[in-house]
Design a protein. Structure first.
Ligand code: ADP
Ligand code: ADP
Ligand code: ZN
Ligand code: ZN
Length: 751
């Protein structure tokens, strides 16, 4: 291999998904940005080819023994990939982890802060783990380090006016004749027909709070030793003393109505033992510092001038600075990670890598600009540069022109989506892209137009004196019957205002968000949009058989995979792996069902069509209408049978948008609907929003995208900054006026 070639990751003959046997070179230790319309094949190159191969190579480093436990990663469909280094994917998957995972723990800043208190705190307490709420030595003994105390909501758990036989205990597991109910009955200790309100105090104590004890019971004629426990005692041990967030979603949902919460009465939410909380530096204890916004915390840390702590102070300040640099200065270290948005989660992960010492890594980012106001995009760019300058290769999939500008190298994939994409239409510099005449290149040059003829509101939806999170007691009128865009820098309070405050007053609003839409593993775009029902009927009448035959959960479905087309193999401690079904070969139906045709195609053929192909194939009015709606939101390339679980957040949001019936008089709320959309697709999205408004609805959109902001009827700009320096409305009005508003940062970017 020549010297020069080692400067590039070289990919030859890539054919994953829609890729047309493409070859390309990605310069190492540079920033390469992949652009192109949604569905053109960016992810197929970056994730399904490059990242997949890196994972596979990594697994080959394990011993044969370990490898037998790992899923088999097949080689991506490509002739060769050379010079690949280890790939790290920094995505927008939310950081879960229950209430013990905070910003501080996930960024590894908390351990350093604890070290600081063990060195410089007064009075001296001892070792660093005395300050950890995850360590028995440091945690508040009352709440186990959770900071909140949960308790059973007795008014919901019990109906005192009923007897046990009438179902007085309303907790899950205790329904009459249910397992736990039977245990109470079997214990023989209680009067089953007496109302709970007639129980003596002792009887109630015994029923509700008795400690676990072994009792011999008679089950089907056999004497058996069974543990019995008071009803509330048992529920508390099972769902409250343990972190319920670690249980299944179904269990969480089932028990949630019976649990109420308040701050822990001992530590008042600080999570730590009293000894740890008495220890202070410059008057602050560790809980004070953890609840301070990072922007302020960094100043407090820099003021510590204890020589014994100097190295710790330095490393702490360095890491906090990374958080400031990436625009997360409005967050606090004690913020639980599962309350962070997708964009915030991604930026937190990024900080973790910046502080790490890995070099010659290939970092892969998926649309890192999500959630960032144009003002903050340059901060993201600086961080990407820093990663590169440490000697790493940075690969980014991105639609935001301000990020694209930063690339050392651009790969434009297209020209269109799905089968009409899959080629590299341009490789080279940003300047070259502007001249190249590709869709991306020409959209980059297009000027912004501010909307002139803004619609007049039909009324107002008032928000009064909102003060949740950082909102500064604000009142704002949201106009009805128009398109309102709520914008502002990250952390200014947009989601708090709309998703938390507004939606709590308007529970009838229709929220079109990015959460996944899968109802079952068999759901796909055809079932979700209702197209499948019409298709089944068409197949049935063409072949004079029952429509049920063509359903995934009927006797027509392949029995081996139950109509899934794939079989999941559980590997115990790892994610389960998915293999194509051997019986139907992924066709999902029995052979006899596949023999029925509609205009020459089997039901499996139809499910393999993408929206665009299906539009050519079908003439049925209802089907065409639904397909057209998907096409309008830029989902031409999605296949009808693609499992919904494989769709990205942005695609989920758009498929929901496409399946909305255009009702009149509804309120629609959307959070960053341009996510995953190429500039050329944003026009379609705007058309749909406008159609919703024209049909008599109110549309409220949280957005940073300037094309969308400039086309609003009404703009609400939050700011001026993030966190405690935000939470105000800095501008309300039409686009033509925002450019004149002194205080509006958004206005400056629209000029
Ligand atoms: P982009 O990242 O540019 O939005 P993708 O690489 O995700 O595009 O998709 C390119 C094409 O490959 C699309 O037609 C898409 O539907 C198809 N595709 C992507 N992932 C899969 C998959 N897992 N199975 C089948 N088709 C897929
Ligand atoms: P935006 O949507 O403009 O990015 P947010 O409404 O998410 O802003 O955040 C506004 C402020 O409220 C920030 O300081 C943020 O840290 C805080 N915040 C948001 N959600 C929560 C939460 N669940 N718990 C505590 N603070 C929160
Ligand atoms: Zn406590
Ligand atoms: Zn099968």
């Amino acid at each position: 291999m020549s010297e020069m070639n080692q400067e590039y990751i070289v990919i030859s003959g890539a054919r994953e998904n829609n890729l047309k046997n493409v070859s390309l070179r990605i310069p190492k230790r540079k920033i390469t940005i992949f652009t192109g319309v949604s569905g053109s094949g960016k992810s197929s190159i970056v994730f399904d080819t490059i990242a997949a191969e890196s994972t596979r190579l990594l697994n080959e480093n394990f011993s044969m023994f370990v490898r037998t436990f790992l899923p088999k990663y097949p080689q991506p469909d490509t002739d060769s990939i050379e010079n690949l280094s280890m790939a790290v994917i920094v995505d927008q998957k939310r950081l879960g982890g229950g209430s013990h995972s905070t910003m501080g723990t996930i960024t590894d800043i908390s351990p350093i802060l604890r070290l600081l208190f063990s060195r410089a705190g007064q009075p001296y307490v001892g070792q660093a783990n005395m300050f950890s709420f995850n360590d028995p030595a440091g945690m508040c003994p009352e709440c186990g380090g959770i900071g909140r105390r949960l308790a059973v909501d007795m008014s919901k758990a019990l109906d005192m006016s009923k007897s046990l036989n009438e179902g007085a205990i309303q907790l899950p597991d205790y329904s009459v004749n249910g397992w736990d109910w039977n245990m109470i009955v079997q214990s023989g200790d209680f009067d089953l027909d007496k109302k709970l309100s007639d129980y003596s105090e002792e009887e109630l104590e015994q029923l509700l709070y008795a400690k676990a004890r072994k009792v011999q019971m008679d089950f089907a004629g056999k004497a058996t030793n069974i543990t019995v426990e008071g009803v509330i005692e048992k529920f508390t041990n099972k769902y409250i003393k343990q972190d319920v967030k670690l249980k299944s979603e179904r269990t969480q949902k089932a028990v949630a109505p019976y649990i109420t919460e308040g701050p822990c009465s001992s530590c008042h939410g600080a999570r730590l033992s009293q000894a740890a909380l008495r220890c202070r530096i410059n008057g602050h204890n560790i809980a004070d510092l953890s609840s301070m916004e990072v922007g302020q915390l960094i100043r407090v840390i820099r003021e510590i001038d204890d020589p014994a702590a100097a190295p710790v102070v330095k490393s702490l300040a360095e890491r906090l600075q990374h958080l400031v640099d990436i625009g997360l200065d409005y967050l606090t270290l004690d913020r639980e990670t599962d309350t962070l948005s997708g964009g915030e989660s991604q930026r937190v992960k990024m900080v973790k890598h910046l502080s790490g010492s890995l070099v010659d890594v290939t970092y892969i980012f998926d649309e890192p600009s999500v959630g960032l106001h144009p003002r903050d995009v340059h901060r993201l760019n600086e961080l990407l540069r820093k990663l590169r300058d440490k000697g790493n290769t940075v690969i980014v999939v991105e639609h935001d022109p301000d990020v694209i500008k930063l690339a050392d190298h651009i790969v434009d994939v297209g020209p269109h989506a799905g089968s009409r994409g899959g080629n590299i239409v341009y490789e080279g510099s940003f300047q070259g892209l502007l001249e190249a005449g590709t869709l991306t290149g020409s959209y980059m040059k297009r000027p912004l137009h501010l909307k002139h003829d803004c619609r007049q509101p039909s009324g107002y939806l008032p928000i009064k004196e909102a003060s949740l999170h950082n909102l500064q007691n604000i009142s704002v009128d949201i106009p009805a019957g128009v398109l309102t865009v709520v914008t502002g820098v990250a952390g200014s309070g947009k989601s708090t205002l709309i998703n938390d405050v507004f939606l709590s007053q308007h529970p009838d609003a229709i929220v079109i968000d990015q959460s996944s839409v899968g109802v079952s593993t068999r759901s796909n775009p055809a079932t979700y949009t209702g197209i499948m029902d019409d298709v089944r009927k068409a197949f049935a009448s063409a072949n004079k058989v029952s429509p049920g035959l063509f359903s995934f959960n009927s006797k027509g479905a392949c029995e081996n995979c139950q109509g899934l087309g794939v079989v999941y193999t559980d590997l115990g401690f790892l994610d389960s792996i998915k293999l194509p079904c051997e019986v139907c070969g992924g066709n999902r139906f029995k052979e006899e069902v596949l023999a029925y045709h509609l205009n020459g195609k089997s039901i499996a053929d139809v499910l393999e069509m993408n929206v665009e192909q299906a539009l050519d194939f079908f003439q049925l009015k209802e089907v065409v209408r639904k397909l057209q709606a998907m096409s309008n939101v830029g989902l031409n390339y999605i296949t009808l049978g693609q499992p919904l679980s494989t769709l990205s957040g942005g695609e989920c949001q758009r498929i929901k948008l496409a399946s909305e019936l255009y009702k009149k008089g509804s309120i629609y709320v959307m959070d960053e609907p341009t996510t995953g959309l190429h500039m050329s697709d944003i026009g379609h999205l705007l058309e749909i929003m406008n159609r919703l408004v024209d049909a008599g609805n109110t549309v409220i959109v949280i957005e940073h995208n300037l094309d969308v902001i400039s086309q609003a009827d009404w703009i609400i700009d939050m700011g001026p900054d993030g966190g405690s320096r935000g939470g105000q409305v800095v501008f309300e009005g039409p686009p033509q006026q925002i450019v004149q508003a002194e205080l509006s940062i958004t206005g400056k970017y629209l000029k």
